[in-house]
Write a protein that binds this ligand. Structure first.
Ligand code: UD1
Length: 432
Protein backbone atom coordinates (compact mmCIF):
# COMPACT_ATOMS: atom_id res chain seq x y z
CA UNK A 1 0.00 0.00 0.00
CA UNK A 2 1.39 3.41 -0.98
CA UNK A 3 2.32 6.11 1.50
CA UNK A 4 2.96 9.82 1.05
CA UNK A 5 6.02 11.49 2.53
CA UNK A 6 6.06 15.25 3.02
CA UNK A 7 8.72 17.55 4.41
CA UNK A 8 6.72 20.64 5.31
CA UNK A 9 7.42 24.30 5.64
CA UNK A 10 7.72 25.48 2.02
CA UNK A 11 5.26 28.20 0.93
CA UNK A 12 3.58 26.99 -2.28
CA UNK A 13 3.99 29.17 -5.37
CA UNK A 14 2.78 28.55 -8.89
CA UNK A 15 -0.27 27.19 -10.67
CA UNK A 16 -2.43 24.14 -10.03
CA UNK A 17 -4.89 22.88 -12.69
CA UNK A 18 -8.32 21.88 -11.39
CA UNK A 19 -9.98 18.79 -12.84
CA UNK A 20 -13.59 17.78 -13.40
CA UNK A 21 -15.71 17.18 -10.30
CA UNK A 22 -15.61 13.62 -8.99
CA UNK A 23 -19.07 13.86 -7.48
CA UNK A 24 -20.58 15.27 -10.67
CA UNK A 25 -18.92 12.55 -12.77
CA UNK A 26 -20.21 9.82 -10.45
CA UNK A 27 -23.79 10.95 -11.16
CA UNK A 28 -23.25 11.72 -14.85
CA UNK A 29 -21.79 8.30 -15.69
CA UNK A 30 -24.85 6.25 -14.63
CA UNK A 31 -27.04 8.64 -16.65
CA UNK A 32 -25.77 6.72 -19.71
CA UNK A 33 -28.07 3.87 -18.63
CA UNK A 34 -31.07 6.04 -19.55
CA UNK A 35 -30.42 5.82 -23.31
CA UNK A 36 -29.23 3.30 -25.90
CA UNK A 37 -27.17 6.04 -27.58
CA UNK A 38 -23.67 7.24 -26.62
CA UNK A 39 -23.09 9.70 -23.77
CA UNK A 40 -19.64 11.31 -24.13
CA UNK A 41 -18.34 12.95 -20.95
CA UNK A 42 -15.34 15.24 -21.27
CA UNK A 43 -13.22 16.78 -18.49
CA UNK A 44 -13.56 13.51 -16.61
CA UNK A 45 -11.09 13.20 -13.74
CA UNK A 46 -8.81 10.17 -13.57
CA UNK A 47 -9.61 8.72 -10.14
CA UNK A 48 -10.11 5.37 -8.47
CA UNK A 49 -13.82 6.14 -7.81
CA UNK A 50 -14.34 6.83 -11.53
CA UNK A 51 -12.76 3.47 -12.38
CA UNK A 52 -15.02 1.76 -9.82
CA UNK A 53 -18.08 3.34 -11.43
CA UNK A 54 -16.80 2.34 -14.91
CA UNK A 55 -16.41 -1.27 -13.72
CA UNK A 56 -19.92 -1.25 -12.30
CA UNK A 57 -21.40 0.13 -15.52
CA UNK A 58 -19.41 -2.38 -17.61
CA UNK A 59 -21.01 -5.27 -15.78
CA UNK A 60 -24.45 -3.76 -16.55
CA UNK A 61 -23.48 -4.02 -20.24
CA UNK A 62 -22.17 -0.49 -20.89
CA UNK A 63 -19.36 -0.31 -23.45
CA UNK A 64 -16.76 2.42 -23.00
CA UNK A 65 -14.04 4.19 -24.97
CA UNK A 66 -11.57 6.56 -23.34
CA UNK A 67 -10.01 9.39 -25.35
CA UNK A 68 -7.85 12.37 -24.58
CA UNK A 69 -5.25 12.95 -21.94
CA UNK A 70 -5.35 15.11 -18.87
CA UNK A 71 -1.71 16.22 -19.09
CA UNK A 72 -0.56 18.27 -16.11
CA UNK A 73 -0.94 21.95 -16.95
CA UNK A 74 -4.14 21.32 -18.85
CA UNK A 75 -7.39 21.04 -16.94
CA UNK A 76 -9.09 19.50 -19.97
CA UNK A 77 -9.24 15.91 -18.69
CA UNK A 78 -10.31 12.75 -20.41
CA UNK A 79 -13.33 12.08 -22.59
CA UNK A 80 -15.20 8.87 -21.87
CA UNK A 81 -17.81 7.57 -24.27
CA UNK A 82 -20.39 5.38 -22.57
CA UNK A 83 -22.91 3.36 -24.54
CA UNK A 84 -25.64 1.29 -22.92
CA UNK A 85 -26.98 -0.10 -26.24
CA UNK A 86 -28.43 -2.93 -24.22
CA UNK A 87 -28.57 -3.35 -20.44
CA UNK A 88 -27.47 -6.95 -20.00
CA UNK A 89 -27.58 -7.15 -16.20
CA UNK A 90 -29.65 -5.15 -13.71
CA UNK A 91 -27.80 -6.25 -10.56
CA UNK A 92 -25.19 -4.06 -8.85
CA UNK A 93 -23.22 -6.55 -6.72
CA UNK A 94 -22.10 -6.07 -3.12
CA UNK A 95 -18.45 -6.31 -4.03
CA UNK A 96 -18.59 -3.10 -6.10
CA UNK A 97 -21.21 -1.19 -4.07
CA UNK A 98 -19.37 -1.68 -0.77
CA UNK A 99 -16.30 -0.03 -2.29
CA UNK A 100 -18.18 3.11 -3.22
CA UNK A 101 -21.57 4.29 -1.97
CA UNK A 102 -22.18 6.34 -5.13
CA UNK A 103 -22.79 2.96 -6.86
CA UNK A 104 -26.37 3.30 -5.61
CA UNK A 105 -26.83 5.95 -8.34
CA UNK A 106 -27.43 3.18 -10.89
CA UNK A 107 -30.70 2.36 -9.11
CA UNK A 108 -32.89 5.16 -10.55
CA UNK A 109 -31.66 4.87 -14.16
CA UNK A 110 -31.82 1.03 -14.23
CA UNK A 111 -35.34 1.07 -12.84
CA UNK A 112 -36.50 3.75 -15.28
CA UNK A 113 -34.96 2.05 -18.33
CA UNK A 114 -35.47 -1.66 -17.51
CA UNK A 115 -38.34 -1.65 -14.97
CA UNK A 116 -36.12 -3.59 -12.60
CA UNK A 117 -32.96 -3.11 -10.56
CA UNK A 118 -31.22 -5.10 -7.85
CA UNK A 119 -28.62 -3.07 -6.00
CA UNK A 120 -26.68 -4.13 -2.94
CA UNK A 121 -27.37 -2.01 0.14
CA UNK A 122 -24.25 0.13 0.65
CA UNK A 123 -23.96 -0.52 4.39
CA UNK A 124 -22.05 1.73 6.79
CA UNK A 125 -19.02 3.78 5.94
CA UNK A 126 -16.30 5.55 7.87
CA UNK A 127 -18.21 8.83 8.18
CA UNK A 128 -21.52 7.44 9.42
CA UNK A 129 -24.44 5.14 8.77
CA UNK A 130 -25.58 7.01 5.61
CA UNK A 131 -28.85 5.21 4.81
CA UNK A 132 -30.56 5.28 1.37
CA UNK A 133 -34.13 5.27 2.70
CA UNK A 134 -34.93 8.63 1.06
CA UNK A 135 -33.81 7.33 -2.37
CA UNK A 136 -36.13 4.34 -1.95
CA UNK A 137 -39.14 6.37 -0.72
CA UNK A 138 -38.85 8.69 -3.72
CA UNK A 139 -38.79 5.75 -6.16
CA UNK A 140 -41.75 4.14 -4.34
CA UNK A 141 -43.71 7.36 -4.80
CA UNK A 142 -43.03 7.01 -8.52
CA UNK A 143 -44.73 3.60 -8.52
CA UNK A 144 -41.82 1.24 -7.83
CA UNK A 145 -42.18 -1.67 -5.44
CA UNK A 146 -39.15 -2.01 -3.25
CA UNK A 147 -38.09 -5.11 -1.41
CA UNK A 148 -35.07 -5.44 0.86
CA UNK A 149 -33.71 -8.98 1.07
CA UNK A 150 -30.37 -10.64 1.65
CA UNK A 151 -28.61 -7.29 1.69
CA UNK A 152 -30.05 -6.24 -1.66
CA UNK A 153 -32.59 -3.62 -2.73
CA UNK A 154 -34.90 -5.04 -5.37
CA UNK A 155 -36.91 -2.37 -7.15
CA UNK A 156 -39.53 -3.17 -9.76
CA UNK A 157 -41.95 -1.14 -11.84
CA UNK A 158 -44.80 -2.36 -14.00
CA UNK A 159 -44.29 -0.44 -17.23
CA UNK A 160 -43.08 3.16 -16.94
CA UNK A 161 -42.65 4.90 -13.60
CA UNK A 162 -45.25 7.58 -12.81
CA UNK A 163 -44.59 11.25 -12.21
CA UNK A 164 -44.96 12.11 -8.50
CA UNK A 165 -44.74 14.99 -6.04
CA UNK A 166 -41.69 14.16 -3.97
CA UNK A 167 -40.89 16.26 -0.92
CA UNK A 168 -37.57 15.28 0.60
CA UNK A 169 -37.81 15.64 4.41
CA UNK A 170 -34.05 16.22 4.46
CA UNK A 171 -31.74 17.42 1.72
CA UNK A 172 -30.01 14.52 0.01
CA UNK A 173 -27.63 14.87 -2.94
CA UNK A 174 -27.72 11.23 -4.04
CA UNK A 175 -31.45 10.91 -3.36
CA UNK A 176 -32.18 13.96 -5.53
CA UNK A 177 -29.95 12.56 -8.30
CA UNK A 178 -31.61 9.13 -8.28
CA UNK A 179 -35.12 10.63 -8.29
CA UNK A 180 -34.18 13.12 -11.01
CA UNK A 181 -32.77 10.45 -13.34
CA UNK A 182 -35.77 8.18 -12.79
CA UNK A 183 -38.21 11.06 -13.40
CA UNK A 184 -36.78 11.91 -16.82
CA UNK A 185 -38.32 8.71 -18.28
CA UNK A 186 -41.45 8.60 -16.05
CA UNK A 187 -44.93 9.20 -17.36
CA UNK A 188 -46.11 12.73 -16.57
CA UNK A 189 -44.74 15.43 -14.30
CA UNK A 190 -42.50 14.92 -11.27
CA UNK A 191 -41.89 17.70 -8.79
CA UNK A 192 -38.94 17.29 -6.45
CA UNK A 193 -39.26 19.72 -3.53
CA UNK A 194 -36.45 20.38 -1.05
CA UNK A 195 -34.10 19.11 -3.76
CA UNK A 196 -30.35 19.36 -3.22
CA UNK A 197 -28.96 22.49 -4.92
CA UNK A 198 -25.34 21.30 -5.09
CA UNK A 199 -23.58 22.29 -8.38
CA UNK A 200 -23.09 18.57 -9.10
CA UNK A 201 -26.88 18.02 -9.06
CA UNK A 202 -27.30 21.00 -11.41
CA UNK A 203 -24.57 19.55 -13.65
CA UNK A 204 -26.46 16.25 -13.87
CA UNK A 205 -29.70 18.09 -14.67
CA UNK A 206 -28.01 20.11 -17.44
CA UNK A 207 -26.53 16.95 -18.96
CA UNK A 208 -29.96 15.27 -18.86
CA UNK A 209 -31.41 18.29 -20.69
CA UNK A 210 -28.79 17.91 -23.45
CA UNK A 211 -29.94 14.26 -23.63
CA UNK A 212 -33.51 15.41 -24.27
CA UNK A 213 -34.94 15.58 -20.73
CA UNK A 214 -37.36 18.36 -19.81
CA UNK A 215 -36.33 19.89 -16.48
CA UNK A 216 -37.17 23.29 -14.96
CA UNK A 217 -35.77 24.86 -11.82
CA UNK A 218 -32.18 23.61 -12.28
CA UNK A 219 -30.00 24.87 -9.42
CA UNK A 220 -33.03 25.61 -7.21
CA UNK A 221 -34.70 23.64 -4.43
CA UNK A 222 -37.67 22.71 -6.65
CA UNK A 223 -37.09 20.62 -9.76
CA UNK A 224 -39.95 20.08 -12.22
CA UNK A 225 -39.49 17.24 -14.66
CA UNK A 226 -41.80 16.41 -17.55
CA UNK A 227 -41.14 12.76 -18.33
CA UNK A 228 -40.28 11.84 -21.93
CA UNK A 229 -40.45 8.45 -23.68
CA UNK A 230 -36.80 8.31 -24.56
CA UNK A 231 -33.53 10.17 -24.13
CA UNK A 232 -30.76 10.38 -26.73
CA UNK A 233 -26.97 10.57 -26.76
CA UNK A 234 -25.06 13.77 -25.92
CA UNK A 235 -21.66 15.28 -25.31
CA UNK A 236 -21.25 16.95 -21.95
CA UNK A 237 -18.29 18.50 -20.10
CA UNK A 238 -18.03 17.84 -16.34
CA UNK A 239 -18.11 20.94 -14.09
CA UNK A 240 -14.80 21.81 -12.29
CA UNK A 241 -14.30 20.20 -8.89
CA UNK A 242 -15.09 22.76 -6.18
CA UNK A 243 -13.79 20.47 -3.42
CA UNK A 244 -10.46 19.87 -5.18
CA UNK A 245 -10.32 23.64 -5.72
CA UNK A 246 -11.01 24.38 -2.06
CA UNK A 247 -8.46 21.79 -0.93
CA UNK A 248 -5.68 23.41 -3.02
CA UNK A 249 -6.80 26.89 -1.93
CA UNK A 250 -6.16 25.73 1.62
CA UNK A 251 -2.79 24.23 0.58
CA UNK A 252 -1.80 27.74 -0.54
CA UNK A 253 -3.18 29.34 2.62
CA UNK A 254 -1.75 26.86 5.13
CA UNK A 255 1.77 27.25 3.67
CA UNK A 256 1.30 31.05 3.48
CA UNK A 257 1.91 30.80 -0.25
CA UNK A 258 0.54 32.27 -3.48
CA UNK A 259 -1.05 29.87 -5.97
CA UNK A 260 -3.28 30.28 -9.01
CA UNK A 261 -6.00 27.65 -9.42
CA UNK A 262 -6.57 27.27 -13.16
CA UNK A 263 -10.03 26.18 -14.25
CA UNK A 264 -11.51 26.92 -10.81
CA UNK A 265 -14.85 28.72 -10.49
CA UNK A 266 -15.53 31.12 -7.60
CA UNK A 267 -19.28 31.08 -8.33
CA UNK A 268 -19.50 27.40 -7.33
CA UNK A 269 -17.99 27.91 -3.88
CA UNK A 270 -19.03 31.26 -2.42
CA UNK A 271 -19.22 29.96 1.19
CA UNK A 272 -15.66 28.61 1.07
CA UNK A 273 -14.37 31.80 -0.57
CA UNK A 274 -16.06 33.95 2.06
CA UNK A 275 -14.62 31.82 4.87
CA UNK A 276 -11.10 32.08 3.44
CA UNK A 277 -11.45 35.85 3.06
CA UNK A 278 -12.73 36.08 6.67
CA UNK A 279 -9.53 34.29 7.71
CA UNK A 280 -7.43 36.93 5.96
CA UNK A 281 -6.64 35.00 2.75
CA UNK A 282 -6.70 37.09 -0.43
CA UNK A 283 -8.74 35.62 -3.28
CA UNK A 284 -8.07 37.35 -6.59
CA UNK A 285 -10.04 36.40 -9.72
CA UNK A 286 -7.82 35.77 -12.78
CA UNK A 287 -8.57 34.99 -16.41
CA UNK A 288 -8.05 31.26 -15.86
CA UNK A 289 -9.62 30.94 -12.42
CA UNK A 290 -8.44 32.62 -9.22
CA UNK A 291 -5.36 33.25 -7.16
CA UNK A 292 -5.03 32.41 -3.47
CA UNK A 293 -2.55 34.66 -1.70
CA UNK A 294 -1.63 34.26 1.96
CA UNK A 295 2.03 35.29 1.99
CA UNK A 296 1.48 38.68 3.61
CA UNK A 297 -0.57 38.49 6.78
CA UNK A 298 -1.54 36.02 9.42
CA UNK A 299 -4.47 33.62 9.18
CA UNK A 300 -7.23 34.40 11.69
CA UNK A 301 -9.47 31.72 13.20
CA UNK A 302 -13.13 31.70 12.15
CA UNK A 303 -16.26 29.64 12.93
CA UNK A 304 -18.18 27.59 10.38
CA UNK A 305 -21.07 25.15 10.33
CA UNK A 306 -21.41 22.60 7.53
CA UNK A 307 -24.67 22.85 5.61
CA UNK A 308 -26.19 21.71 2.33
CA UNK A 309 -25.23 23.92 -0.66
CA UNK A 310 -24.93 26.91 -0.80
CA UNK A 311 -23.70 26.58 2.81
CA UNK A 312 -20.20 25.51 3.80
CA UNK A 313 -19.65 21.96 2.42
CA UNK A 314 -19.06 19.04 4.76
CA UNK A 315 -16.49 17.85 2.21
CA UNK A 316 -14.33 20.91 3.10
CA UNK A 317 -14.62 20.66 6.89
CA UNK A 318 -11.49 18.56 7.49
CA UNK A 319 -9.36 20.77 5.22
CA UNK A 320 -10.53 23.97 6.93
CA UNK A 321 -9.79 22.38 10.29
CA UNK A 322 -6.19 21.78 9.18
CA UNK A 323 -5.91 25.48 8.30
CA UNK A 324 -7.49 26.54 11.61
CA UNK A 325 -4.86 24.57 13.56
CA UNK A 326 -2.32 27.12 12.26
CA UNK A 327 -4.53 30.24 12.64
CA UNK A 328 -4.35 32.83 15.39
CA UNK A 329 -7.09 32.55 18.00
CA UNK A 330 -9.81 29.94 18.28
CA UNK A 331 -12.32 28.61 15.81
CA UNK A 332 -15.35 26.38 16.07
CA UNK A 333 -16.27 23.92 13.32
CA UNK A 334 -19.70 22.33 13.59
CA UNK A 335 -20.60 19.29 11.48
CA UNK A 336 -24.32 18.98 10.75
CA UNK A 337 -24.37 16.55 7.79
CA UNK A 338 -22.54 13.41 8.94
CA UNK A 339 -22.39 12.11 12.50
CA UNK A 340 -18.88 10.73 12.52
CA UNK A 341 -16.77 13.14 10.55
CA UNK A 342 -14.04 14.14 13.00
CA UNK A 343 -11.76 11.15 12.49
CA UNK A 344 -8.97 13.46 11.35
CA UNK A 345 -8.95 15.14 14.79
CA UNK A 346 -6.76 12.59 16.66
CA UNK A 347 -4.38 12.45 13.70
CA UNK A 348 -4.06 16.27 13.55
CA UNK A 349 -3.46 16.21 17.31
CA UNK A 350 -0.56 13.80 16.74
CA UNK A 351 0.95 16.63 14.69
CA UNK A 352 0.61 19.11 17.56
CA UNK A 353 -2.84 20.57 16.85
CA UNK A 354 -4.98 21.69 19.80
CA UNK A 355 -8.54 20.50 19.23
CA UNK A 356 -11.44 19.69 21.57
CA UNK A 357 -14.48 17.91 20.25
CA UNK A 358 -17.83 18.51 21.96
CA UNK A 359 -20.58 16.55 20.22
CA UNK A 360 -20.90 17.86 16.68
CA UNK A 361 -18.50 20.77 17.24
CA UNK A 362 -14.73 20.97 17.33
CA UNK A 363 -12.95 23.86 19.02
CA UNK A 364 -9.57 24.48 17.46
CA UNK A 365 -6.94 26.65 19.11
CA UNK A 366 -4.26 27.71 16.66
CA UNK A 367 -0.65 26.77 17.42
CA UNK A 368 2.49 28.50 16.08
CA UNK A 369 3.86 25.25 14.61
CA UNK A 370 2.65 21.80 13.64
CA UNK A 371 5.25 19.06 13.67
CA UNK A 372 5.52 16.16 11.24
CA UNK A 373 4.39 12.69 12.34
CA UNK A 374 3.24 9.30 11.07
CA UNK A 375 -0.51 9.56 10.52
CA UNK A 376 -3.26 7.43 9.07
CA UNK A 377 -6.09 8.48 6.80
CA UNK A 378 -9.58 7.11 7.45
CA UNK A 379 -11.56 8.68 4.62
CA UNK A 380 -11.03 10.78 1.56
CA UNK A 381 -11.32 14.31 2.96
CA UNK A 382 -9.64 13.35 6.25
CA UNK A 383 -6.64 12.15 4.28
CA UNK A 384 -6.28 15.36 2.31
CA UNK A 385 -6.47 17.35 5.56
CA UNK A 386 -3.43 15.39 6.76
CA UNK A 387 -1.57 16.21 3.54
CA UNK A 388 -2.39 19.89 4.13
CA UNK A 389 -1.19 19.74 7.73
CA UNK A 390 1.96 17.96 6.56
CA UNK A 391 2.70 20.76 4.08
CA UNK A 392 2.68 23.26 6.95
CA UNK A 393 4.38 21.11 9.60
CA UNK A 394 8.06 21.23 10.39
CA UNK A 395 9.89 18.00 9.62
CA UNK A 396 8.64 14.81 8.03
CA UNK A 397 5.05 13.59 7.80
CA UNK A 398 4.22 10.11 6.53
CA UNK A 399 0.60 9.50 5.56
CA UNK A 400 -0.51 5.88 5.50
CA UNK A 401 -3.51 4.45 3.62
CA UNK A 402 -3.13 6.75 0.65
CA UNK A 403 -5.76 4.80 -1.30
CA UNK A 404 -8.37 7.09 0.27
CA UNK A 405 -6.63 10.07 -1.33
CA UNK A 406 -6.48 8.38 -4.75
CA UNK A 407 -10.27 8.03 -4.71
CA UNK A 408 -10.69 11.80 -5.04
CA UNK A 409 -7.45 13.61 -5.93
CA UNK A 410 -5.74 13.17 -9.27
CA UNK A 411 -1.90 13.23 -9.06
CA UNK A 412 -1.99 15.15 -5.80
CA UNK A 413 1.73 14.85 -5.19
CA UNK A 414 2.61 16.02 -8.73
CA UNK A 415 0.35 19.05 -8.52
CA UNK A 416 1.75 20.09 -5.13
CA UNK A 417 5.39 19.37 -6.05
CA UNK A 418 5.01 21.61 -9.13
CA UNK A 419 4.40 24.48 -6.68
CA UNK A 420 7.49 23.71 -4.63
CA UNK A 421 6.15 21.25 -2.05
CA UNK A 422 8.55 18.57 -0.89
CA UNK A 423 6.22 15.60 -1.33
CA UNK A 424 6.67 12.10 -2.72
CA UNK A 425 4.79 8.84 -2.96
CA UNK A 426 6.45 5.82 -1.44
CA UNK A 427 5.29 2.74 -3.33
CA UNK A 428 4.63 -0.57 -1.69
CA UNK A 429 3.78 -2.04 1.67
CA UNK A 430 3.00 0.32 4.54
CA UNK A 431 3.89 -0.55 8.09
CA UNK A 432 0.34 0.02 9.36
C1 UD1 B 1 -22.91 13.36 -1.46
C2 UD1 B 1 -21.45 13.44 -1.84
C3 UD1 B 1 -20.58 13.53 -0.60
C4 UD1 B 1 -21.04 14.70 0.27
C5 UD1 B 1 -22.54 14.61 0.56
C6 UD1 B 1 -23.08 15.83 1.30
C7 UD1 B 1 -21.36 12.19 -3.91
C8 UD1 B 1 -20.89 10.97 -4.63
N1 UD1 B 1 -21.09 12.26 -2.60
O1 UD1 B 1 -23.07 12.15 -0.72
O2 UD1 B 1 -19.22 13.73 -0.99
O3 UD1 B 1 -20.33 14.68 1.50
O4 UD1 B 1 -23.27 14.50 -0.68
O5 UD1 B 1 -22.79 16.98 0.60
O6 UD1 B 1 -21.91 13.08 -4.51
N2 UD1 B 1 -29.46 10.56 4.23
C9 UD1 B 1 -30.46 9.80 4.78
N3 UD1 B 1 -31.19 8.99 3.95
C10 UD1 B 1 -30.96 8.93 2.60
C11 UD1 B 1 -29.95 9.72 2.06
C12 UD1 B 1 -29.21 10.54 2.90
O7 UD1 B 1 -30.70 9.82 5.99
O8 UD1 B 1 -31.66 8.17 1.91
C13 UD1 B 1 -28.65 11.46 5.11
C14 UD1 B 1 -27.18 11.05 5.13
O9 UD1 B 1 -26.92 10.04 6.07
C15 UD1 B 1 -26.53 12.35 5.49
C16 UD1 B 1 -27.41 13.41 4.78
O10 UD1 B 1 -28.65 12.74 4.55
O11 UD1 B 1 -26.58 12.58 6.87
C17 UD1 B 1 -26.87 13.92 3.48
O12 UD1 B 1 -26.51 12.85 2.66
P1 UD1 B 1 -26.51 12.95 1.07
O13 UD1 B 1 -26.68 14.37 0.65
O14 UD1 B 1 -27.46 11.95 0.52
O15 UD1 B 1 -25.04 12.49 0.72
P2 UD1 B 1 -24.54 11.56 -0.47
O16 UD1 B 1 -25.37 11.79 -1.68
O17 UD1 B 1 -24.35 10.17 0.03
Amino acid sequence: MDRIRIVGGTPLRGMIPIGGAKNAALALMPACLLTDETLALSNLPHLVDITTMANLLAQHGVTMALNGDSALGSPSGHTLELTAAEVTNTTAPYDLVRRMRASVLVLGPLLARCGRARVSLPGGCAIGTRPVDLHLKALEQMGATIDLQEGYITAEAKGRLNGAHIIFPQITVGGTENALMAATLAEGETIIANAAREPEVADLARCLVTMGARIDGIGTGTLRIQGVERLHGAHYSVVPDRIETGSYAIAAAITRGDVELAGARIDLMEAVIKTLRDCGVEIIPTERGFRVKADAGEIVGTDIMTEPYPGFPTDMQAQLMALMTTASGASMLTETIFENRFMHVPELMRMGAKINVHGASAIVRGVPNLSGAQVMATDLRASVSLVLAGLAASGETIINRVYHLDRGYERVEEKLAACGACIERIKGEAAE
